[in-house]
Design a protein around this ligand. Structure first.
Ligand SMILES: [Ca+2]
Ligand SMILES: [Ca+2]
Length: 325
């Protein structure tokens, strides 16, 4: 080898070494042993969820929607935007969505991480709880029937219902509708929540045509989601404030003829996420304020609620309220 050839050979060798050094220092994946970068988890496939009333609990396993390149252990956290619509629990990757009882939408934000720095990824999805529909319209022969259809939504203290008279009071006799729990016209039925200490709601339906003969007929209504504290068959006007409700009927002059009352504590209603019907013959009612039980001249029918506290509210829905054959 001549000197020039030798020098060329050496410089070529050095240049090759230089290139190798460059390759080893860079991220160029042309290298035979590419450097693998740990990737954050990927969330995919989550979509909007629509739930019908009465779903109680809906479960979703995030493990089905989150992958990680390295298969590392993923930890999850969630945020729920509206706890008046749903509440949530997270156990590992399993999310439980719990019914509150109100219609509407809440946004859930899931965050997943594989534990590496800056590897938290988030995704939102919306959970919609559909509005609760009233009971099917009553198809029997009704002589007085309030189905609450086609009424404006909102509190009955703000929205007058035709023929209905509503009052509320605290135990000391002061009237303040805003403090008397709520009876809401909601999507063709009434939603009743009574959660204020020592108050009552008195609602009377004054029949347009005066006294009518309801002999042999029945009081009826549909109910759903009925929850109450222990009924104790006492009125707040008694010495100990009590918790109960009653339906009643009376003549237009409150005692000329007579009437009757029937307390919910005697109906022994069960909680139900479906609509249930109650029908009670007027002849089976008890005496109302010492008046004789008599349905031959009825001018007023009513629903009265007393009791319920913030911690133990009376809560239920009611529809198709009236007198039927
Ligand atoms: Ca990873
Ligand atoms: Ca209805």
């Amino acid at each position: 080898m001549k000197t020039n050839q030798y020098l060329n050979y050496i410089s070529g060798l050095l240049f090759s070494l230089f290139l190798l050094t460059l390759a080893a220092c860079g991220d160029d994946d042309s290298n035979d042993a590419p450097v693998v970068i740990n990737q954050p988890p990927i969330i995919s496939g989550l979509s909007e969820i629509t739930l019908s009333p009465g779903f109680e609990t809906y479960e979703l396993d995030f493990a089905n929607y989150v992958t990680d390149q390295e298969g590392e252990i993923i930890t999850y956290s969630v945020v729920n935007s509206d706890e008046t619509i749903i509440t949530i629990n997270l156990a590992g990757s399993l999310l439980s969505i719990n019914e509150v009882g109100n219609p509407g939408s809440s946004i859930i934000t899931i965050t997943a991480t594989d534990g590496q720095a800056n590897h938290e990824v988030s995704e939102n999805f919306t959970v919609t709880v559909e509005a609760i529909n009233g009971a099917a319209d009553y198809t029997g022969n009704a002589v007085v029937m309030y189905d609450f259809n086609s009424l404006p939504q909102g509190s009955i203290f703000d929205n007058s219902l035709p023929g209905w008279l509503f009052e509320g009071s605290t135990a000391d006799g002061e009237y303040n509708a805003a403090e008397i729990g709520s009876i809401i016209v909601e999507n063709d039925h009434l939603s009743i929540i009574h959660n204020v200490d020592s108050t009552y709601i008195w609602s009377e339906m004054v029949l347009e045509d005066g006294n009518q003969d309801f002999t042999g007929k029945k009081f009826r209504f549909d109910y759903r989601f009925y929850t109450v504290p222990n009924l104790n068959d006492m009125h707040w006007e008694d010495e100990i404030p009590g918790i109960d409700m009653q339906i009643y009927y009376i003549d237009a002059d409150w005692g000329d003829v007579g009437g009757g009352q029937y307390r919910f504590s005697d109906m022994k209603l069960e909680y139900s996420s479906d609509w249930q019907s109650v029908e009670i013959p007027l002849s089976e009612f008890e005496s109302l304020w010492e008046n004789p039980v008599d349905a031959s001249a009825v001018g007023i029918i009513g629903l009265e609620i007393w009791g319920g506290t913030a911690n133990a509210p009376i809560s239920f829905r009611i529809d198709n309220f009236g007198i039927v054959d």
